[in-house]
Every structure is written in C-alpha cells, then in structure tokens.
Design a protein around this ligand. Structure first.
Ligand code: ACM
Ligand code: ZN
Length: 560
C-alpha cells in the first residue's frame, strides 16, 4: 500500500512537472514596467508550492526575506529564505555576480524547475525581484492565488539613468510615516532609487531639530488654510500641521534603504522660510514686520496673534513670499549650519537639497544688514548675494562630506562650485548647468509636475494648482535635451517627478495624482527604447495591479 502511495505521488509529481515544463505562455503573461532591456519569453511555468524555497547567501538576507515574504503572500505557502541554501531544484536562487557591467544590473532566468536572479549587487537582485513580482498574477498583490505559477523567461536588464526619483512635498500638506512608506514601496516597485523629501516650507517645518524645538512646536503648525484656489475664498480656521521626529526620520530612511532607495532631504533656503521665521523671527531681515497673508485671508487666530504683538505666523496661503532668511546676519548661517548638523547624520545620502528657488530679493534690497554684506563681500547685487548664500552653505555641506542639489535659480548670480542643478523651470537651467560641467537632474514642470491637472475637463477634476500633464506627455519626455553634445549629456544624471501638495490634502488624492504618471516616468528613466502603444498595453495590466493593491489611480489614459 505504501509503495503504491509513493508511486502515485511520484507519478503525480512527474505529471505536474511535465505539465509545467511544457506549458505555453502568451504575450500577455509578460507585462513588466519599466520595460526590461532584453526579455526572451519561453515555454514552461515555475510552480510555487509548499516545497519551494528561496536560496542564497547571508549577504542577501534582506532581499531573501523580502522575496520569501512576497511569495508566501502570493502562494499561500510558508516560503522561507535559506541563507545556506544550495538546493537548485524547485528553488529561487538569488546571487551576485561582479561581472555584470552595470552597478544596478541584473539577470532573471525563470525555468519550469528553477528561478535564478543574479545582480551585480544586492540592488540588482532587488530589481530582479521586482521584475519577478510583475510576472506574478496581479491578484497576488492582495493575497494568495490557488496555483501560483510564473512564466518562463530570460531577462537581462539595467537602468538607462542613475537618478530615478520621486519628490514629495510634506509641508503644504503633511503625510504620516505609514503613507511615506507606501510611497517608498511604489518607488521601489517602479525600480526608482531616489526619494526627495521636501521637509521645510512657508506653511510648515516638518523635521524635528533638537537644538531649535520651536521649529516644530511653532513652525510645524499653521492656524488655518485658505479654502479653494489661491488666493482663496475664505480661511478654514483649522489648526493644521505635524512633523517627523528624528526617530521617525531614521525609520523611514531605513525602510527606504532596505528597498535600495536613497532619501534626499530638502531644507529650503534662503526662500520659502516663513515657518522657520515664525519660530525664530530674528532670522528675518525685519523681525517686527508682520507676516502678510494675501488678500486678507488670514485665520482669526492669526489675526489675534498679530493683534497681540506676534508679528510672524506660519503661512496660511500658497505662493512665494518676500519674508526670507536675512543674508546679512551671521545668526542666519549659525542657525542653518546647526540645523544641517542635525539633518546630515540622519541621511546617508551623498546629497542634501538646499532649495534655492523662488527667493524674492525685496527684503534684501532694503535691509541694512544685507546691503552691508553686499558691500563687504564686493557683490554686484542681490542675485550675487543669493549666490554668496548658497556657496557659503555649500562650503559647509561639502565640509561634512556631502554635496548640494539646488533648484535651477541657483544658476543666477553664479553657480556654487560643486552644486548639482535640479531643472524645473523647463530644461533651460539644466542645459546651462550641463554646459558648465555641472551634474543635472531634469524635472521640467511641463512634463514632470504631477500636481498638474490630468484632464482639460477641470470642472470634473479635483482642484489642482493648474497646468495639464498627461501620462503620454510624461512618457514622451526625454531627459537628454537635444541642445547638448554627447559629452555634455553625461552630466544629466536622470529625472524625477515632483509632487507639490498645496492642493493635495489626502493620501487618496496623492495616489490619484502620481498614478499612472510615475509609472510612465519609471520607463523614461529606466528603459533605453520606448513605445507608447506597447507601454499602454502593459499599463492596462498594471491597472489590474493597482486595483489589487487598492490604489486610487487616475483613469483618463484607460478611457482614451
Ligand atoms: C519649484 O517648483 N518651485 C521648484
Ligand atoms: Zn537682511
């Protein structure tokens, strides 16, 4: 009886193996975004069953655990990672191979009886896992399917650009740690590798600085917010704000690092600094001058504070404001370097983003301290004073072994020697910086601002800042401007999607604004050849994945 049982078992395994060895796959089984450099489908399916293991060595512990968890959820079997595993049959082997040329490159081989993911480093292995994930049925994003199979394929892949980023403004509206992690998970799924965290603004300071507790106690909250599009119809008179403790920042940085994503903090200077000035008014050229909220839209609480003699309040409306850090006072630089002393150790990133955009010069023009600085430093005007400001900060950041990124306004008045330029007012700033042999990250507002409208039918869209940027426009963006020579083009590190949140107050709306536009951008920065129709086909499968993940994406592109 026992022998019969064994024979039946062996026969059933063989039948099963044969069934999966010879299984036919169809084109719609392969829908990876971003599109791999080379992908050759084959016959056969790998069956994930109770005996399947993830096998690798201890240096890939994190990736092994991540993959084992992914497969456990998808298959309903308890799949484990064996760091000393040498089993190859019915195993998913993860390994590294230095001979892979690209730092982020990987290969993925799926056969009916074995899967092998090979990365140059653990990062490549992680990207191989993301490709494997997209070969799984979409429903596995929410739970197990009855018989989990993976179609056979041979993939060789690596990214086109080194910098593949998503930005998030958590200052105009605050997003809790859990959502920030979800955002990071989306970045990871798209094989993007930079999270640009915009942490300070006129409307809120969002990072705990122990030396300056009022930055978050006062600067972390505003007493109200305008209702409707700027300048608004009224003030909602609701206290609004929040901030991340340094422990929470560390948790997010670690979470991102486990997904091979670098978090780049942005500490804005010299402009967009009303929240810091509300906390420490002497940072302003004119500490006694009251904060102005456009068109008398200030909250009742704000008005009461000002009637009581508190001149500075956290901004309650959107825009660009003249009350900026005083460039003439040494106190400003002492404050900012102290802030950076606490920020820099929290972020392993080589870069600190120092803002630099939209700094009106009118206070500096009439400030005796700023004018004295211009004279003493032999500067021509306030634009050169802005360069002085940025260069002084750059020198400090460089002394800590880090480099700065700044918005393209940092070109005005002369570029700081080691700065990387983030080009947002179109591509002109990026082109100019590359011609000056500076690194560039392209984020032109026409194609890369995901706070823009996605439809001309704005009456039926959630309120947005303006603009109009479709998924197709994002997809058709080429980060290398034709104005550059091949040599100059090497300075273009990559591209990023920017998400400003004046009009994005909920996580649902955030998802709606970034999806599927970030999916399109992921292919712009990863894949060497693009085809809109082909992408659109794969995107319709990604839509099913969004659905399974419970994401609130924009549907316009699927209705065309
Ligand atoms: C920006 O959008 N002000 C960089
Ligand atoms: Zn000043």
């Amino acid at each position: 009886m026992k022998k019969v049982a064994i024979l039946l078992f062996v026969l059933s395994v063989c039948a099963c193996s044969n069934k999966h060895k010879e299984a036919k796959n169809v084109a719609s089984d392969y829908n990876i975004i971003p599109k791999p450099v080379s992908m050759v489908p084959a016959d056969g399916k790998f069956l994930v069953d109770a005996e399947t293991i993830v096998s690798g060595n201890a240096s890939l512990e994190k990736e092994g655990a991540y993959l084992a968890q992914l497969l456990s959820i998808a298959s309903g079997h308890e799949i484990s990672f064996n760091p000393e595993g040498d089993r190859v049959d019915n195993a998913i082997v993860i390994q590294t191979d230095e001979s892979i040329a690209n730092e982020e490159g990987y290969t993925l081989s799926v056969q009916y009886n074995q899967i092998v993911i090979t990365g140059k480093t653990a990062k490549g292995v992680f990207y191989g896992i993301q490709s494997l994930r997209q070969l799984l049925p979409e429903e596995t994003e929410k739970g197990a399917v009855a018989e989990l199979t993976i179609p056979a394929v041979e993939i060789e892949d690596n990214p086109e650009f080194k910098y593949r980023g998503m930005h998030l403004d958590v200052a105009r509206h605050f997003f809790p740690v859990d959502f920030v992690k979800k955002y990071i998970d989306l970045i990871a799924m798209h094989k993007m590798n930079k999270f640009h965290w915009h942490l300070t603004e006129d409307q809120g300071w969002r990072i705990e600085i122990k030396k300056y507790p009022e930055l978050t106690e006062v600067g972390g909250y505003r007493n109200g917010t305008i209702v409707g599009h700027h300048p608004g119809t009224e003030n909602d008179n609701k206290k609004y704000g929040g901030f991340y403790t340094q422990e929470e920042i560390k948790e997010v940085v670690k979470y991102a690092a486990e997904r091979h994503i670098t978090v780049i903090p942005e500490i804005e200077l010299p402009g967009h600094s009303s929240a810091a000035i509300a906390a420490y008014p002497s940072l302003s050229c004119f500490p006694e001058e009251p904060t102005v909220v456009t068109k008398d839209m200030m909250s009742e609480k704000g008005k009461a504070l000002q009637a009581d003699g508190t001149a500075k309040i956290v901004q309650e409306t959107w825009g660009v404001f003249p009350d900026v850090y005083c460039a003439g006072k040494d106190e400003t630089f002492e404050f900012l370097t102290n802030v950076l002393d606490e920020v820099i150790p929290l972020f392993p990133s080589k870069y600190v983003h120092i803002g630099g955009d939209e700094c009106p010069k009118e206070n500096w023009e009439r400030c005796p301290n700023c004018q004295k600085r211009i004279k003493e430093e032999g500067l021509a005007d306030e634009h050169e004073l802005q360069s002085y400001f940025i260069e002084r900060i750059e020198k400090y950041v460089n002394s800590k072994g880090k480099d700065i990124i700044g918005w393209d306004e940092i070109l005005e008045g002369g570029l700081a020697p080691n700065a990387t330029v983030m080009s947002w007012r179109g591509e002109a700033g990026g082109i100019e910086a590359a011609k000056q042999n500076h690194d560039v990250i392209m984020t032109p507002n026409e194609s890369n601002y995901f706070d823009h409208y996605q439809s001309k039918d704005q009456d039926n869209e959630p309120l947005a800042i303006g603009g109009f940027t479709t998924v197709e426009e994002v997809y058709n963006y080429n980060p290398i401007p034709k104005e550059l020579t091949e040599e100059q083009a090497k300075y273009i590190l990559g591209s990023q999607g920017n998400v400003w949140t004046e009009y994005i107050g909920t996580t649902e709306q955030m998802e709606y604004m970034i999806l599927p536009r970030m999916t399109a951008l992921s292919e712009v920065v990863w894949s060497p050849s693009k085809n809109w129709d082909d992408f659109k086909g794969r995107l319709s499968q990604m839509k099913a994945r969004y659905d399974a993940m419970g994401l609130n994406y924009a549907k316009h592109v699927f209705e065309e």
